[in-house]
Design a protein around this ligand. Sequence first.
Ligand code: SF4
Length: 676
Amino acid sequence: MFAYSASMAPMEERSSSCPLDCPDLCGLTVTIDQGRVVEINGDRRGPITDGFVCGKVRKFADHMYGDDRIKTPLIRDGAKGSGQFRTATWDEALAIVATRLQLIRSTSGAEAILPYHYGGSNGWLTEGALATRFFRRLGASNLDRTFCAAATTAACRGLYGVMQGVALEDYEHARLIVLWGINPTATGIHLVPVIERAIAAGAKLVVVDPRKTPLARRADLHLPIRPGTDVPVALAVIHALFTRGHANRAFLAEHAAEVEELERRSARWSLEDAAREAGLELAELDRFVELYAQASPAVIRVGNGLERNRNGGSAVAAVLAIPAVAGKFGVRGGGYTMAGDARWGVSDQAGIAEPPSAARTINMSQISTALQTLTEPRLECLFVYNCNPAVTAPDQRALIEELRRDDLFVVVHDQVMTDTAHLADVVLPATTFLEHRDLRRGDGATRMFDSHAVVAPVGEARSNNQLFGALLERFDLVRPGDAMTDEEIVASVFAASPDGPALRAQLATATIASPPEGARQIPFVEVFPGTPDQKIHLVPEHLDREAPAGLYTYQPDPRTDEFPLTLISPSLATQISSMFGQLRTAPAALELSAHDAAARGIRTGDAIKVWNSYGEVHCLAKIATEVRDGVCVLPKGLWRKHTANGFTSNALIPPGLADLGGQAAFNDARVQVAKR
Ligand code: SF4
């Protein structure tokens, strides 16, 4: 599987691509000296990388070769969570894992085993090829992956089916760019110069975000919306478009269904009521309606910030309905972008060759509850890979207690010693994306790379496919004809689809591929909704049934006198969720407004506690002008070492979900803050 040659010359450049959870999909030039990565830069194969990469990946060598890198299998050699491990061979570690899994399967049933995984730094193949096959054939419980984009995907697919949105490179053509719940400066930096070029050419920028992000500072209009109030704001905009004659009735008649029902539901929200609920100036909201109505092309970039609350699915659906009502499609740079909806015509499922199992499904966002309450069977094994739930799952305090349970067998396959790995029974060293082959598919820059290993794995690290291939063999679950090597899996993915051979040929010759229908399609000219009737469904029946109170129903802010502040946990510019957290040395600081700090006698640098009924976090305070009154910020992805009491914002997240997709409601925490 591994393609590195020890005979490669000292100091050479090799091509790779970045699979991290980021929309930009950078092609990379990796400089290697004596078999070690010494420098990583962006290349120009993709449409927007333009020769530079973010600081996260520029410093990736620190992650690969740092002290926290796991180099050999480790077996727990002390109390759970004590951090005491002994080294082991792969053979011994796999024997321990296989023996325990067999025992659980024979005594309690395979559903007592739960694979717990997310994207990690993995691409299309290593994220879930042989792992998925292994756990399905074993009969283990299935995992519903709902930390991110679950509500967004449900809403977008419900309204538009699978339909590629506006390509990021086409933002240069827009006359109005709306960033709604997204901060590209931290989570997708290559959009920033594209927006700058659009502004230089006369485009206007609107940012809808509770924080004054770097782009919000430069925007023509910043709507500092109160978290969780996107539904009234978007519906009020829709209502105003209808009542002011800005709706494109001809476009709606030709391309949309349930128009009258959306018009009826949006009438619930006037601009006045929405502005009051969202904490906005009425004049600002009014200006947004007119700016949007008059501009063409106008594009809305929908981020993940608005889905992370009780109203998240309806919020995304309402925002995505705006360009339909105003008829903003049909021109290059007009419409919306929601990551990840290119029609590739090939499926990773072809490489797995195993249908979904009938075993129960557990929502990853409710893992602490599942561990505490599930019976028949109770969960006895958590097999964690590409994921760090001790700091990324809600209800952190209860989850860590469960992970400490002696009767819960925890296996972690990861690159570095994460907070979850510290609580494991067996830790297995994983390869990074520069040490294994993978297909990498962009979810913003709509392209695909097939990238091979550029260096040998550090220590004894193995890829997901190597690990789960070995377990398939130990459990005698390999069947004749199964694709087992990376090359065989790639071949079977492309062979299973009519579009596959052409895609594979593109990858072989150009080293980068575009979707069969193209990467820069103009919606409603060259590409149409992926719904059965190719129409936009503005109030899809299945989403209306799924949302507890019906689609577009606003569930009010849950803040109370006891817990009056809204805690949000946006991404750090230096991490991808919790990835790279081991490299951070700065202690965590809660950002709050000068007004909220003064009301509590708090100054920057004070030791404070943030608490609610779910938990308490001890950290520092930072007065921030970026944050509006009533909102405080503790970023996601912090590790336990970053706070004084070992808990992060996830200790304060309630167990409730958004209204669609089983999505975690990370921004629904309401808290109080005081000096310690
Ligand atoms: S994380 Fe994003 S910006 Fe950074 S190198 Fe990867 S794709 Fe590019």
